[in-house]
Design a protein around this ligand. Structure first.
Ligand SMILES: [Zn+2]
Length: 67
């Protein structure tokens, strides 16, 4: 994903994808980590279209499906 410099500066950065995923797992909205080509770290985006579901969200949906 392309990131504009202004977006990169404003966004929170994570050194690893795991760190970003942990925050995404605790968030109330769907977020996906992506690697930024500018700072070479990870940011979170709410644009989830076409992105692979992280493990915690697959589990969450599986639980909801059973209810
Ligand atoms: Zn960045």
């Amino acid at each position: 994903m392309r990131t504009r410099p202004g977006i990169c500066r404003r966004k929170r950065r994570f050194a690893t994808e795991d760190a970003a995923l942990q925050v995404a797992a605790g968030a109330t909205v769907a977020l996906r980590p992506y690697k930024c080509g500018l700072c070479r770290q990870y940011h979170l985006t709410s644009r989830t279209k076409g992105m692979k579901l992280p493990g915690f969200e697959r589990e969450r949906r599986a639980v909801q499906g059973r209810a």
